[in-house]
Design a binder for this molecule. Sequence first.
Ligand code: UDP
Length: 350
Amino acid sequence: MERGTDRAVLVTGGAGYIGAHTAKALKEKGFLPVVFDNLSSGFREAVRWGPFVHGDVRDRAALREAMSAYQADAVIHFAGLIEVGRSVQRPDLFWDVNVGGTAAVLAAMQDAGVTRLVFSSSAAVYGQGSRGALETIPETAEKAPASPYGDTKLAGERLIEAHCRAFDLNAVALRYFNAAGADPSGRIGEAHEPETHLIPLAIAAALGARPPLTIFGDDFDTPDGTCLRDYIHVNDLAAAHVAAVELALPAGAFEAANVGTGRGCSVREVVDAVGRAAGRRPPHAVGPRRAGDPPSLVADPTRAQGLLGWRARFSSLDQIVADALRWERLPAYGCGARAPVSSPVSEAAE
Ligand code: UDP
């Protein structure tokens, strides 16, 4: 169990999409990312920048052992279930893995004497609430999650905040908007199964690897009638995590910050951007709205900029789509290599 001279950071869910990009960013900044993942939806091949520990995020003893073995300085906690639609059908699983997993991580940190936590939270904690359709969202906005998934992220934050106060931990919760894109190296990228996210589905439709895209509603109160989202390049997200690990915080502090660009893009703008990049507009048709989709989710990222000294650098829609397209075209990993399947969603942690 050599940890070398690098500061070790335990990355739960580090074999998943955002976790793997963050592990790479940590390594590039001189940290040793120790990935803790049960590979239920992550990929062993995505663990390339440090040791791998196979384990379930609800397993407090295994977490404690990994933190102690590598003398972790900090934990970044990604592991969890992410599919919003599935959370409506199986709230029991989402509370067990997402909230139970967070409780286990906090308990193991106390056992092992680790005091810094960075938590993978989500814009889903906001929902639409009484916010106007086109308002950007500051951290102080009303919290009205529209799904059990959002409920579990908000509950996780509250649990963490209480632990910080009671036990002198300190933590940063990063509320992501729409993670997208891929590392330009082509070594890691997005690969969910089932894939439900707009950009990979639009690219796969343009490349003929999946059926035509369905636009989920064009009668929203937005400029072109389709939903607005704040797409953030996964490498910008990864950089925000590294900045959060490096932040000096007093004992007991809990901070929450939005990680987004402040700019909303509509579904139709994404379709157009994919068409420009791929040289072929994704075939598409307008269908009904998807349950639980707020018309607009756009960050006010001022707090993250001030707190973390962070700014989105790679998140123009064209850059995100170009990097995602490069990944999807790879013969080994891209959408052509991954036959669409209709099997049930994996039921364990990412
Ligand atoms: N969307 C769509 N068709 C799809 C998938 C997504 O029209 O096949 C829309 C969805 O309604 C939302 C936006 O694209 O407005 C982004 O959805 P995604 O699932 O990528 O992320 P979410 O905002 O749900 O986290």
